[in-house]
Design a protein around this ligand. Structure first.
Ligand code: BTN
Length: 124
């Protein structure tokens, strides 16, 4: 079993791609997220990722990261997940996300957060 290290390229079930740069000794990392889908009309742009992972040796670490879509959207997404090593030795990340949209008024707060799931596999 490979120890859990998120460094590298990942692709999810929506076709979004994420590159995680080096993971620090403290488990923190940064990266770039190329989403395949968007709720905005502006053209999609690569967006900065900042996150933190556990450094477990069993390859099944939990992690979290934030994506700030600042170049084309007022929204912010957070993902939490866990890495699994399948029987075929392939790593898979199971994640849940919250996407917070900017609303004009507190009265609209109730509808501002979406949630969902994404599965990522290594893309190189
Ligand atoms: C926006 O629509 O305001 C910005 C892009 C949001 C993309 C979301 S985040 C959760 C889901 N997983 C993806 O890979 N893309 C969408």
């Amino acid at each position: 079993i490979k120890p859990c290290n998120l460094t590298g390229w990942w692709e999810n079930d929506l076709g979004s791609k994420m590159q995680v740069f080096e993971v620090g000794k403290d488990g923190t990392f940064s990266g770039q997220y190329h989403t395949a889908v968007s709720s905005t009309k502006k053209p999609i742009q690569p967006s900065p990722v900042t996150g933190s992972q556990h450094l477990d040796e069993d390859g099944q670490c939990t992690f979290g990261f934030t994506v700030n879509w600042k170049k084309f959207s007022d929204s912010t997404a957070v993902f939490v997940g866990q890495c699994f090593n399948g029987d075929d030795g392939k790593e898979v990340l199971h994640t849940s996300w919250l996407l917070r949209e900017k609303v004009d008024s507190e009265l609209d707060d109730w509808k501002a957060t979406r949630t969902g799931h994404n599965t990522f596999t290594r893309a190189g």
